[in-house]
Ligand binder design. Structure first.
Ligand code: ZN
Length: 251
């Protein structure tokens, strides 16, 4: 069975795993990426850790059939370039990731990479909650909102691979500025971070889990929660009209 060295590159950690063609994961390893506030550039943490991880697999006599990377930020799957990070990670732009990894390990492999939200959507379609659907939208709510759009069984990458970035879909007039520099973005209004920011503005210091329970008995807090769901409703309404999916999967 074919096995792939897989890398999940996030803003806070770099996770490794050996994934079979059936989706089974073994040899999991995590390396911290934000330990010194990126004084050490993220790409340097990747090149040193991938070298170490690759050596371990080779020492275990594992035959690697390819390398796949799920990458935070705007990435181009065709050219293997990291293009930009919307200002979230310093120096995370204009990097040929495949070249950096091959140089670090001293060997070339078949290579593929995707934006992390698109990779998550693809995984849901492959072995997750979207297996029964050929047209679906997957989005996750966290610090931001990451999305992936599946059209006729394929991820919608767009011209340069930035497609499906629904977190920066503008859904309202807004005075606050999003990390992307625009106003009224879906993620700026309806991420978990936005929910807690609005709760704090209303005078409530709560976390992302207790807010829903507490809101049941506090009308002012319930109003904040209602607004959060309202924005998700607005966004989902637009997505339904544009893509006509069979399912929208929210994580
Ligand atoms: Zn934005």
């Amino acid at each position: 069975m074919k096995k792939y060295l897989c890398i999940d590159i996030g803003g806070t950690a770099i996770k490794y795993g050996l994934v079979t063609e059936k989706g089974d994961i073994s040899h999991k390893e995590t390396y911290q990426a934000y330990f010194d506030g990126y004084k050490r550039p993220l790409i340097d943490t990747i090149t040193s850790s991938v070298n170490e991880y690759h050596d371990k697999l080779v020492a275990d006599n594992i035959v690697i059939d390819g390398i796949a990377a799920s990458v935070t930020g705007d990435v181009n799957p065709k050219t293997h370039y990291i293009v930009d990070s919307c200002g979230n990670i310093p120096d995370w732009r204009n990097i040929n990731l495949a070249e950096k990894i091959f140089n670090a390990i001293g060997k070339e492999y078949p290579f593929t990479m995707l934006n992390d939200a698109n990779a998550a959507a693809l995984a849901e379609m492959w072995i997750g909650n979207a297996v029964d659907f050929k047209d679906a939208i997957v989005y996750t709510i966290g610090t931001g909102i990451g999305g992936g759009v599946i059209v006729d069984g394929k991820i919608l990458n767009g011209y340069k691979g930035f497609g499906g970035n629904i977190g920066h879909m503008v859904i309202a007039d807004g005075e606050d500025i999003c990390t992307c520099g625009n106003h009224g973005c879906f993620e700026h209004l309806a991420s978990t971070r936005a929910l807690l920011r609005n709760a704090k503005k209303a005078g409530f210091d709560v976390d992302g889990e207790e807010i829903f329970e507490k809101a049941k008995s506090i009308p002012e807090l319930q109003a904040v929660v209602d607004k959060f769901f309202y924005y998700h409703g607005v966004a989902i309404g637009s997505l339904l009209h544009i893509f006509n999916p069979e399912a929208i999967i929210i994580g």
